[in-house]
Design a protein around this ligand. Structure first.
Ligand SMILES: Cc1cc2nc3c(=O)[nH]c(=O)nc-3n(C[C@H](O)[C@H](O)[C@H](O)COP(=O)(O)OP(=O)(O)OC[C@H]3O[C@@H](n4cnc5c(N)ncnc54)[C@H](O)[C@@H]3O)c2cc1C
Length: 323
């Protein structure tokens, strides 16, 4: 059985977990096994129907008073319980900070090795994996010993697609938590709650780097993002300077995105930034330096000062919108 750990935000399924479910379905089909999912938290039962449409046969829901918010060790404990009970051969999660963290705890609880950030998994003895290392600049082929194989999948390795004939049956249980499993519970900070499109799912991202100059310099980026129905992204220099929150950082230590359009304003294109946006379908670059590394990834580039180029683009976007 292939078991996918599905993350959700109070009942709203995480898109990257659905990608892991799609990949898990392919693995299960290749090995002739059943695809199950584990959802942690009382709200999890609400997502069973949706997971059934993605080919999940049984949705195991770990319900516990302490599991309403993200509790990584307790989530891993629940995963170890389901994996043992069902005899899972593979346990898979999205390679997000949360997916990787829960999987690391699962590895510690089961004393099994973990292969994080895989782009390909071939179950067997040993399981053969291909992993993206150093933000994707190095591709590693590795053998993973032990059963179940504990793996996480690089975001956007596959697109999330419904399919399969899963019933989405519900198996609710109360996990047996050990002392200390609930010592770490992450609750969302009110300041981080933001309306609008989420960065990971955005189709259009207007992203700013050091070249934007200041927190105030992001005003035209916000205006353009709103005009295009998109959202704001940024580089680590920007979050480091406190111009924008970390939730907007794109890259190796930020969010990995795959929008239709990525507009990079005053960003040099360090490998750690590109690791997060290389899956953009179209990239427009605005930069004063024609030799900037990011030019190598640009579909279109404007060589110029972002504070002058953006107002011109905004004007054209407004005209186009007005018809
Ligand atoms: C372990 C590790 C993890 C990291 N993770 C990340 C990550 O997740 N995300 C990330 O972004 N970085 C990450 N970094 C940092 C990364 O290495 C770079 O330092 C960072 O991405 C650079 O940000 P930047 O492009 O905004 O700034 P810079 O590299 O300083 O580039 C600024 C660019 O703006 C241009 N510019 C200047 N003025 C203007 C103007 N007026 N108009 C137009 N263009 C202008 C310049 O020509 C230049 O190309 C990480 C680094 C390490 C070591």
């Amino acid at each position: 059985m292939v078991l996918v750990l599905v993350d959700h935000d109070h009942g709203v399924l995480d898109e990257l977990s659905l990608q892991a479910v799609t990949y898990g379905r392919e693995l299960a089909a290749a090995t002739g096994e059943q695809l199950d999912a584990l959802v942690v938290g009382a709200d999890g039962s609400g997502v069973a129907g949706a997971l059934g449409e993605h080919g999940v046969a049984t949705v195991h829901v770990a319900a516990h008073d302490g599991l309403t918010d993200y509790a990584p060790v307790a989530a891993a404990r629940a995963a170890s319980e389901v994996a043992a009970r069902t005899g899972a051969s593979v346990v898979l999660a999205a390679g997000t900070p949360r997916g990787n963290e829960v999987m690391a705890h699962l590895g510690a609880i089961t004393d099994l090795p973990v292969a994080a950030d895989c782009v390909s998994v071939a179950p067997g003895s040993p399981t053969q994996v291909v992993r993206a290392r150093w933000g994707g600049s190095l591709i590693e082929e590795a053998n993973l010993h032990g059963s179940p194989a504990l793996v996480t999948l690089v975001p956007h390795t596959v697109a999330a697609e419904p399919g399969g004939s899963g019933a989405g049956d519900l198996a609710q249980f109360t996990p047996e938590l050990a002392d200390g499993d609930l010592l770490v519970i992450a609750r969302p900070a009110a300041a981080e709650e933001k309306a609008g499109v989420s960065l990971a799912d955005a189709k259009v991202i207007v992203s700013g780097g050091r070249g934007v100059g200041s927190a105030e310099g992001f005003a035209p980026l916000e205006e353009l993002a709103e005009l295009l129905g998109g959202t704001i992204g940024c580089s680590r220099v920007v979050t480091g300077n406190g111009w924008r929150p970390h939730t907007e950082q794109v890259g190796q230590t930020g969010t990995k995105v795959a929008p239709d359009l990525y507009i990079a304003c005053g960003i040099s294109g360090a490998t750690q930034h590109i690791a997060g946006c290389r899956n953009a379908k179209t990239m427009i670059v605005i930069n004063t330096d024609p030799e900037a590394a990011i030019m190598g990834y640009a579909d279109y580039a404007v060589i110029g000062d972002v504070s002058k180029v953006l107002p011109a683009i905004i004007e054209e976007a407004k005209k186009a919108k007005a018809g």
